[in-house]
Design a protein around this ligand. Structure first.
Ligand code: PMP
Length: 408
């Protein structure tokens, strides 16, 4: 196939000079046959692969492109800063502007600091919790993802038991398991880290029960430990005030990244005054952390999201997508397990233990120009219009028909 030529050739060359051809979650070896590895460009909610095929995209670069690719207002802010220089001997004024943005938006945040990756931010939150409490234990929900370093990586290859010595687990939404883990850590509990909803890979997503969220809060209060909300994936897709604001729960510390700068590399930690001194004492830094362009992008991104009521718009198009697929599934006699907030949907199939139906479904939508994921939650953006959703629904209808025929 001539159209796939460039992608095939790049993959072949990569095998020689890049270990495994490609590292991490963006490796398409985990996706059905036909998914491109290499891309040429992005525009709004559309992606063009290296062979020129265009896809209506439901991954948004695995989250970051919350306004759509190359939003003009963001790009203008970035270009202005790039013309002046990006990586200087210290930050640009965007640093202070952006910290003010975070503090103004988030009722529970009194300060902000900035980094590059989500992993930087979650790791800093853990360090901060230990610095202030002078304790060691951190409770993590079993199966949750918080980054790619030894304390939290999902793989134990190259990780020692000592790296994980003070990490214990609880089950998301299971108050008893949380209380038991806290009891076991009693006297040494530094933090509970939790994601705004359960968005583990390959399993149905679960919203937090109000009882669970408030027990996380009260348990941290009783132990004087930090409630760390890992907003890296959800941040500003569910709410402009922090994802647990709707539940009336404020975290002590939050980690942010992915969508805050519409695709430019940036992460943030926000926290309360109780953690301000610790935040000024811990050693955290990076050569590129003060880059002005990403911060300019973030100031613009947050302004646009707020102005346009971003979370509500994404929820609304996400709901249209979900309702449409649900109706189609019923017509085709296929049972789906749709889960998660509409702006971050996951579509699983009933009785699909090896994901064969899901894989076939997404392969068929891909062939019709719609890029979905069958195991990881997807992402809507402000660039997705109702017309885009209806276009995607034409592809899902045909793909569900194929699944119904082939799997009965
Ligand atoms: N926390 C969560 C909830 C995430 O989804 C991710 C990234 N998928 C991370 C942390 C780590 O972020 P990064 O890949 O930018 O280091």
């Amino acid at each position: 196939n001539v159209r796939e030529h460039r992608d095939v050739e790049l993959r072949r060359r990569a095998e020689r000079v890049i270990p495994g051809g490609m590292s991490g979650h963006l490796n398409v070896k985990g996706l059905p046959e036909g998914y491109p590895q290499y891309f040429r460009s992005g525009d709004g909610c559309r992606l063009t692969d290296v062979d020129g095929r265009i896809y209506l995209d439901f991954m948004c670069s695995w989250g970051p492109n919350i306004l759509g690719h190359r939003h003009p207002e963001v790009e203008a802010a970035v270009r202005t800063q790039l013309d002046l220089g990006d990586c200087l001997n210290g930050p640009t004024p965007h640093l202070v502007d952006l910290a003010e943005c975070f503090v103004d938006l988030l009722p529970g945040a009194h300060w902000a600091m900035f980094q590059k990756n989500g992993t930087d931010a979650t790791t800093t939150c853990v360090t901060l919790a230990r610095a202030r409490t002078k304790r060691r234990k951190v409770l993590v929900a079993a199966g949750a993802y918080h980054g790619a370093v030894p304390w939290c990586s999902p793989s134990l290859i190259g990780v020692t038991a000592e790296d994980r010595a003070h990490i214990d687990t609880y089950v998301y939404n299971d108050i008893e398991s949380l209380e038991a883990a806290a009891k076991a850590a009693s006297g040494d509990l530094a933090a509970v880290i939790v994601s705004p909803f359960r968005h583990d890979f390959g399993v149905e997503q679960e919203l937090p029960t109000p009882e669970f969220a408030s027990r996380v809060r009260s348990l941290c209060d009783e132990a004087d430990a930090a409630l760390i909300l890992d907003e890296v994936r959800c941040g500003f897709r569910l709410s402009m005030k922090g994802s647990w604001s709707v539940l009336g729960i404020e975290p002590d510390l939050s980690s942010w990244s992915k969508a805050i700068a519409n695709g430019y590399p940036l992460a943030a930690v926000t926290g309360t005054d109780a953690y301000r001194e610790a935040a000024s004492q811990i050693y955290v830094t990076g050569s590129f952390w003060c880059g002005g362009a990403a911060m300019a992008a973030a100031v613009a991104t947050l302004r646009i999201l707020k102005r346009e009521d971003g979370p509500e718009k994404m929820r609304s198009v996400g709901q249209r997508f979900r309702d449409g697929i649900d109706a189609q599934a019923e017509r085709h006699g296929v049972i789906l397990r749709n889960s998660g907030p509409p702006q971050m949907p996951l579509i699983l199939f009933q009785d699909d233990p090896d994901y064969a139906k899901g894989a076939r479904f997404t392969q068929e939508t891909l062939a019709r120009g719609v890029y979905l994921h069958y195991k990881h939650n997807m992402f809507l953006s402000l660039a997705h219009t109702e017309a885009d959703i209806d276009e995607a629904l034409r592809a899902t209808d045909a793909a569900l028909g194929v699944v119904a025929r082939e799997f009965g």
